[in-house]
Design a protein around this ligand. Structure first.
Ligand code: MG
Length: 389
């Protein structure tokens, strides 16, 4: 049996991971037992998860919520931890065989570093770890000789398409697909009137609030380009984005002979979650079969980087390197909050995050302290800029 530490257990990826764990029951050495879980503050769901899966450790990021949880589960044997330290402790438990990090935001970098430093294989759903600290995380993974297994659907698709590839030089291009989100085809003028309610309705995927807004602005695809650079050790020029409205092809690889390999499936995160946990094996999953004739046709378009400025600016951040990706990510985390609270408009997000990225000085020296500072400066920049609007 594999012992799993699951970070972000009450979120969208976390609850779908629980589904996968239920499905993998009775699969012998591929069965999964939860030894630790961590979440931000949803104690009601954490309590249910503790009673069902009986982990030895549960970390709650929010201190008051941790006190509440302690009270609720005092009849069980679980040890309740709290704060960032608790999160990192669950990420590096002696007994865990694998860590799944599905924390939202740059804060996920800390448990990523903790898990890899402890020599734990990491199933990664927290893109911000790679975007902000890919240089550091990949170096630790190399030193400790532990794999980082992608959970993001596009990166899982690329990883799946790579199986059997023996020479990296034979890969010409990674092609990330993008759904285009709810506002595909809209003009900049039309986007000005977009409300949080409109942006929170994604046509294909069911996800948390930040990633749903990021999908609507296409910032999410920008994050995924930066993530791909580190996960697959490639450069911006070798990463393409194509809008594919149906979200059936999850990404593709073009090889040097122009043969293109794609991974397909119905849009359901439980496939990439399960593959990361059972790799290199495959098992039955709770996901529906793909019936191609249900779709009749699959469509493809060029991404509109003029209208969806976030995508162009994320590419620019990757081109600049250093702390520019950390700055643009921190700026976006803050800008999305302001948009959801109706303090800024939908189109302000692209403008503000670009300015915040431009405000970040160039450097080659990437340290955790530097990332924290760039993140904080970018957030402050966004809050100040929003006040002037
Ligand atoms: Mg994705």
């Amino acid at each position: 049996m594999k012992k799993l530490s699951l970070l972000g257990s009450t979120g969208s990826i976390g609850t779908q991971t629980m589904d996968v764990v239920r499905m993998l029951k009775d699969k012998g050495e591929n069965s999964i037992e939860l030894c630790g879980i961590a979440a931000h503050s949803n104690v009601k769901l954490l309590e249910e998860q503790i009673r069902e899966f009986k982990p030895q450790y549960a970390a709650v990021f929010d201190l008051n919520a941790a006190k509440d949880l302690k009270e609720r589960v005092k009849d069980t044997n679980v040890k309740v931890l709290c704060g960032k330290e608790g999160l990192c402790e669950v990420a590096s438990l002696e007994e865990s065989d694998v860590v799944l990090n599905s924390v939202t935001g740059m804060v996920g970098l800390f448990p990523t570093i903790a898990a890899l430093s402890a020599g734990k294989p990491l199933a990664l759903a927290n893109k911000e770890s790679m975007v902000t600290g890919g240089a550091i995380a990949c170096r630790i993974a190399r030193e400790k000789n532990v794999p980082i297994l992608p959970v993001d659907s596009e990166h899982s698709a690329i990883f799946q398409c790579m199986q059997g590839t023996h020479k990296k030089e034979q890969i010409k291009k990674l092609i990330l697909t993008a759904s285009g989100g709810p506002f595909f085809g809209k003009s900049l003028d039309e986007l000005k009137a977009v409300t949080p309610e409109m942006a929170l309705k994604h046509p294909n995927w069911n996800m948390g609030a930040r990633v749903t807004i990021d999908s609507a602005t296409m910032f999410n695809k920008g994050l995924e380009i930066m993530e791909a650079k580190w996960l697959f050790d490639t450069e911006l020029d070798n990463i393409d984005v194509v809008v594919h409205r149906e979200s059936i092809i999850h990404s593709l690889i073009e090889y040097c002979d122009n043969s293109v390999i794609a991974q397909l499936g119905v849009p359901d995160m439980r496939i990439p979650i399960q593959y990361a946990l059972t790799y290199p094996n495959r098992f039955e999953s709770p996901v529906k079969e793909l019936n191609l004739t249900d779709y009749m046709q699959l469509t493809f378009y060029k991404a509109d980087e003029k209208t969806f400025k976030c995508l162009a600016s994320c590419k620019e951040a990757l081109r600049r390197g250093g702390l520019a990706p950390a700055a643009i990510n921190g700026a976006d985390e803050e800008a999305v909050k302001l948009f959801l609270n109706k303090k800024i408009s939908f189109t302000d997000i692209g403008e503000i995050v670009t300015e915040a990225m431009n405000n970040q000085p160039d450097t080659d020296n990437i340290t955790v302290e530097g990332i924290i500072e760039a993140d904080r400066n970018a957030r402050e920049f966004v809050i100040a800029a929003a006040e002037k609007i």
